[in-house]
Design a protein around this ligand. Structure first.
Ligand code: C2E
Ligand code: MG
Ligand code: MG
Length: 415
């Protein structure tokens, strides 16, 4: 196992007593390479000195982890974070503060938006086991902690991927919360890149949308998903298959006829296909999407509002569009059991969907806690890593067997 105590730490707090206490706790935990500063300004000076390859500050290089107090006179913690972002700080941060949970959450969110790795936050007075747990999350860059390099793909590369059949569908199960029954799958596209390996949709869907390629992409994904749905039906597996559609697909008035034609050619009844819609950018003219979605509804296709509660996936869409399924974004599901704010938003969304007669899917069910919490709500369906990660179609029957075994062997899955 990696020796964590090699991590270099920087402690910043305006109270000398707190600095001494933190220092002593760190030593007890086996961390000896740390330096303490009683203001943001002195810490920044030290960082600048290190940048200039001057080792005066006593550390062997820039700190791996900064433990930062939020409330400091002169430069507060949030301002300090802005300064280290400007300096391209590549390490991790732990917030130490007497502020309430919601404020600490907000600052953690801000840091993630700045792309700084946040190990977590601690309330004062710091409890040694809580500090140890956060430090244990740190991984040195030489031990796989470095972020994978993302490539920016251009329109031509994405166009070629579609033309060369490099896109493959993965499927993630959706199960009934009440009894664990597998009711359907969501189709999630991947790009099997000949050189870069598996590329995830956040690296090419936006490119496809921006360059008029999303219709071609959706057609490929949809046709493969329908063929797969038919193959499962023939094998005795009745699964509703969901496909993601972008708002840009809903600008082409022929889209409902294309979907209806493809479903009928594949021999899949409309009620077995669900279209999940996310609006990543504001639509000013809703006439075309409204016409297209309403026609799809009339044809009895399922319509789902995806990532509910984020971006533009919101109340006005619920008012205007006849969705019959609502997917609560994973940001309000994972950890809702222990976070009052998330729970309030989750339960309000659930109540809203209930009143509108919609089926509800909780996304991002990542662990047993999330699942146990859902079991105490009247949410219909669950999806997430706790149940299964997205997988190639061929792996689904094997997963279904193991899921059955999990349900039977460990009744706790269902308690
Ligand atoms: P989405 O439709 O909200 O899909 C759920 C995403 O969350 C998937 O990411 C899935 O792998 C991930 N996920 C599932 N369970 C968990 C969990 O427990 N924890 C966490 N942290 N994540 C979980 P993926 O496959 O990377 O897809 C990202 C997004 O790309 C999708 O979000 C969808 O908006 C878009 N997308 C995927 N396939 C297509 C497509 O064929 N067409 C279009 N237009 N968009 C697509
Ligand atoms: Mg989706
Ligand atoms: Mg979603």
């Amino acid at each position: 196992m990696e020796n964590k105590s090699t991590a270099q730490l920087m402690l910043i707090d305006d109270e000398p007593f707190m600095l001494r206490l933190l220092g002593r706790t760190l030593e007890t935990l086996g961390f000896t390479a740390f330096l303490s500063y009683n203001s943001g300004a002195t810490a920044l000076d030290a960082l600048d000195a290190l940048d200039a390859s001057d080792q005066r500050a006593g550390l062997g290089g820039p700190p791996d982890i900064i433990l930062l107090d939020l409330n400091m006179p002169e430069m507060d913690g949030i301002e300090f974070i802005r300064h280290i972002v400007e300096r391209g700080f590549a390490g991790s941060l732990i917030l130490v503060s007497g502020e309430d949970e919601r404020t600490l959450q907000a600052v953690s969110t801000l840091m993630r938006a700045h792309r700084i790795a946040v190990l977590g936050h601690l309330h004062k007075p710091v409890v040694p086991v809580a500090l140890a747990a956060l430090l244990a999350k740190w991984q040195s860059p030489t031990h796989g902690g470095a972020r994978a390099v993302k490539t920016d793909y251009g329109a031509e590369a994405v166009r070629a991927a579609i033309a060369n059949n490099e896109l493959v569908n993965y499927y993630q199960p959706k199960v009934a919360v009440a009894d664990g029954r597998v009711v359907g799958v969501e189709t999630l596209v991947r790009w099997r890149h000949p050189v870069d390996g598996m590329v995830f949709p956040d690296q090419f869907i936006g490119v496809a949308e921006a360059h008029g390629l999303i219709d071609d992409l959706t057609r490929v994904v949809l046709c493969e998903a329908l063929a797969q749905c038919r193959a499962w039906r023939d094998a005795g597996l009745a699964l509703r298959v969901a496909v993601n559609v972008s708002m840009d697909n809903l600008a082409v008035l022929g889209f409902p006829d294309f979907v209806a034609g493809a479903a009928s050619a594949a021999g899949v009844p409309p009620s077995d296909l669900v279209l999940e819609v996310t609006e990543s950018r504001l639509m000013t003219d809703l006439r075309a999407p409204l016409e297209i979605l309403t026609r799809l509804r009339l044809k009895r296709f399922g319509l789902s509002i995806d990532d509910f509660g984020t971006g533009h996936s919101s109340l006005s869409q619920l008012r205007d569009i006849p969705f019959d399924e609502l997917k609560i974004d994973r940001g309000f599901v994972h950890r809702a059991w222990k976070d009052e704010t998330l729970r309030a938003i989750f339960e309000a969304s659930l109540g809203l969907a209930r009143q509108l007669g919609m089926e509800v899917v909780a996304e991002g069910v990542e662990d047993q806690h999330d699942w146990d919490y859902l079991r105490h709500t009247n949410c219909d369906l669950a999806q997430g890593y706790f149940i299964a990660r997205p997988m190639p179609a061929a792996e689904l029957p094997g997963w279904m067997n193991s899921w059955q075994e999990r349900l039977q062997a460990r009744p706790s899955v269902l308690c």
